[in-house]
Design a protein around this ligand. Structure first.
Ligand code: ADP
Ligand code: S3P
Ligand code: MG
Length: 282
């Protein structure tokens, strides 16, 4: 797909949330830390009308996940706080299969009014709509990785995108050359939770998980554990890290399964803010 086509693709598929309409006359001052930026926010709920499907939404939806308005209010406020400091740089989500890159990426893109791309989907498009599983089956993993690198090269020339990468993108150093044009965020999810999520939806779409014997969960857990062992150092190259285990401790939640994709998106913005401040030497 030529860069021009990718740009055209961006505009044809871009789903930008429209500017939020604030409600309530009594704006109250609420200091959001970080860049000592004062954000006047309405004391009432924030109605976010998403252009996606032209359905005015009281909540941002990502597939089957709905977040209460207050979570979206905070998400939008945090994104407005850091957006000026991003200077249009792309956000790359990295992490193991099942870590929520695609789900959280869509939510982040809406909050930042960025376009959203899933690198797997772009690879499939590049191979005439062939699924990732069939690309692995008919052309092999090396062919897939070459296409993945080409897609990341083209995306690195664009701005204002949230890009959910495939779980193996971190393995090739050349891919980091492209992802470091933007800001990379590692969604660090315990392998047990990954195995539960992927077992719930099946492993057919993830060809690297179809080798172990045993029941679906055990097979998936064993394979993910082996992959994580190989890759954990590569994921640590990311500029920012969202540790769901740290979130559980910080928020006093019982388990990582209690963390909604929107809450994880908020934490991602928090970690991006910390990275930006470290860049500024704050
Ligand atoms: N925070 C979450 N809590 C529970 N399930 C989640 C969460 N985030 C994603 N999922 C589910 O986990 C599966 C994998 O999510 P996905 O976004 O496809 O991950 P990735 O792109 O990293 O492989 C999907 O079924 C998705 O609905
Ligand atoms: O971890 C991996 O090597 C892969 C992860 C997949 O993407 P998700 O992380 O979105 O499942 C997809 O790129 C392919 O099956 C390879
Ligand atoms: Mg994905």
């Amino acid at each position: 797909m030529e860069a021009k086509a990718v740009q055209a693709f961006q505009f044809s598929t871009m789903t930008r949330s429209t500017k939020p309409e604030r409600t309530g006359p009594n704006d109250s001052l609420r200091m959001f830390g970080g860049f000592k930026k004062q954000l006047f926010v309405s004391s009432k709920s924030l109605v976010v009308a998403c252009s996606h499907n032209n359905i005015p939404a009281r909540t941002l939806e990502s597939e089957t996940f709905h977040a209460p308005v207050d979570e979206n209010f905070i998400l939008k406020s945090k994104s407005q706080e850091i957006e000026p400091y991003l200077n249009g740089r792309c956000i790359y989500l990295v992490g193991m299969m099942g870590s929520g890159k695609t789900t959280v990426g869509k939510i982040l893109s809406q909050a930042l009014s960025y376009a959203f791309f899933d690198s797997d989907a772009l690879v499939e498009e590049e191979v005439d709509g062939t699924s990732v599983a069939d690309i692995f089956k008919h052309y092999g993993e090396t062919f897939f990785r070459t296409k993945e690198t080409e897609i990341l090269r083209k995306l690195s020339m664009m701005h204002r995108n949230v890009i959910s990468t495939g779980g193996g993108a971190v393995v090739r150093p050349i891919n980091w050359k492209y992802m470091h044009q933007g800001i990379s965020v590692w969604l660090d999810v315990p392998v047990e939770a990954l195995a539960q999520r992927i077992t719930a939806v099946g492993t057919d779409s993830r060809p690297l998980l179809n080798y172990e014997s045993g029941d679906a969960y055990t097979k998936t857990f064993m394979r993910l554990s082996a992959l994580f062992e190989e890759r954990s150092e590569a994921y640590a190259n990311a500029n920012a890290r969202v540790s769901l285990e740290n979130m559980v401790a910080k928020l006093g939640q019982r388990d990582v399964s209690d963390l909604s994709p929107t809450a994880i998106a908020m934490e991602a913005l928090e970690q991006i803010k910390d990275f930006l401040m470290s860049e500024d030497g704050c």
